[in-house]
Design a protein around this ligand. Structure first.
Ligand code: GDD
Ligand code: MN
Length: 397
């Protein structure tokens, strides 16, 4: 029995494959590792460790571990946890002194973990432990991420004031605006009670701030099947919450950071689009200007637009979407992507002209402002439909 502290992993926040950590995988890997982040939970820790051990001993005896990650609590939570190891041999304890914060505590715990399924639960008994087995069952059934949610059937909060509910929902709405493709997948993005398959986050560099680790793994992980289980967020019986206004700032910071890092593809797409526009203008000049060839305007424009579309397609196929293109090799598939890209961009052009007209004629916008607005809308249109229809769909069939 080992009663010493777990060493704290250092360096970047990345979870490795088990075989990289250890040569003897079969012996060292476990079914499930559960992290309990703690800060001043001395009065709760024994209780929750007992409840969780009893639950897990019933379903996966000897195939799990509980890891307390304590940030050097002034009430010595880590020391009390250490003393519990003799009664609960599946318990391991990490004491961090150089880093702090809930999200990073969870990741450091996962980095030291041996489980194929990685989980997290609050140590203050506000998360009902019984749900743990349902979450685990969902993972066994094939989910990549199983989340305990307050906002699905069977879920809720016990005694929250209207103001607090409002604040919580407001934060969720804000997330939905800034990061719709991530927050839209979660009914309760604020949940700190969930499990994820190690495979889904292996080698992804995580970079969270503050409390919301679930948002980070949903955004950066490879999650195909997401399942949710309702739970009632209980009132705290002992100790106090560590949430302050600072967490709201950090939440916003986290959303913006994720937005920027998930938008690289969109920026590449815009850059290609800008190049295409310059090309379109130059060709239009060469073909139609009276100082050059002086051909009819419409015919010149059609040639210019089509050449720009071909140019943009080549850049997007080899650069913007190269990671997707990689799994769709061959001339045949490339031609299919090109035809779809062409149709979507032409539809975009029609939309552009339509919007420009409506804004200018009906709403009396300034013509350049109207054109700018139309270009922004059409760029989003082009990006979204090309991503979903030209590149992604071809990937599936
Ligand atoms: N290691 C470490 N470091 N643990 C921390 C830290 C920290 O800086 N801050 C908080 N914790 C631990 C607490 O000891 C507790 O076990 C857990 O993280 C949750 O912290 P609370 O302060 O009790 O948070 P809460 O109850 O207000 O907030 C919870 O809100 C969600 C629902 O909106 C979140 O923590 C979520 O887990 C929860 O689902
Ligand atoms: Mn709490």
């Amino acid at each position: 029995m080992n009663k010493s502290l777990l060493p704290v992993p250092s360096g970047i926040f990345k979870i490795l494959d088990l075989s990289v950590n250890d040569n003897n995988i079969e012996e060292s890997c476990l079914e499930f590792s559960l992290i309990l982040p703690t800060y001043n939970e001395a009065e709760n820790i024994q209780n929750i460790i007992k409840i969780l051990s009893d639950l897990l001993d019933k379903v996966i005896p000897n195939n799990y571990e509980l890891i307390v990650v304590d940030d050097d609590s002034p009430d010595y939570t880590w020391q009390i946890a250490l003393q519990l190891i003799s009664d609960y041999p599946k318990l391991r304890v990490m004491r961090r002194v150089n880093e702090k914060g809930l999200s990073t505590a969870v990741i450091r715990g996962w980095q030291a973990a041996k489980g194929k399924i990685l989980g997290v639960i609050d140590a203050d008994l506000q998360h009902p432990p019984e749900i743990l087995l349902d979450l685990l069952q969902n993972m066994k059934n094939g989910a990549d991420l199983a989340v305990a949610s307050r906002h699905v059937e069977g879920g809720g909060v016990s005694e929250w004031s209207v103001a607090r509910r409002f604040l919580s929902r407001g934060a969720q709405m804000l997330g939905l605006i800034i990061l719709p493709e991530v927050i839209g997948r979660l009914s309760d993005p604020m949940s700190g009670y969930f499990m994820i398959r190690r495979r889904s986050i292996i080698n992804k560099t995580l970079n969270p701030v503050g409390y919301k680790i679930l948002i980070e793994v949903t955004a950066r992980g490879k999650i195909n099947w997401l399942s949710e289980i309702g739970y009632i967020f209980r009132e705290r019986q002992i100790g106090e919450s560590k949430v302050t206004w600072k967490q709201y700032i950090q939440y916003l910071q986290h959303l913006i950071r994720l937005r920027l890092s998930l938008s690289t593809r969109f920026f590449q797409f815009c850059l290609v689009g800008l190049g295409g526009m310059i090309m379109d203008m130059s060709i239009l000049y060469l073909l139609s200007d009276n100082n050059t060839l002086g051909l009819p305007l419409t015919r010149s424009k059609i040639v210019a637009a089509e050449l720009a579309i071909i140019n943009n397609f080549i850049w997007n196929d080899f650069w913007t979407f190269r990671d997707i293109t990689f799994s769709q090799p061959g001339k045949h598939l490339r031609i299919r992507r090109f035809i779809k890209f062409n149709i979507i961009c032409l539809t975009g052009l029609i939309l552009n002209i339509f919007l420009l007209n409506v804004l200018f004629n009906t709403f009396k916008f300034n013509r350049y402002f109207a054109n700018f607005f139309a270009i922004v809308c059409v760029t989003l249109w082009n990006f979204w439909f090309n991503l979903k229809l030209s590149w992604r769909v071809t990937e599936i069939d």
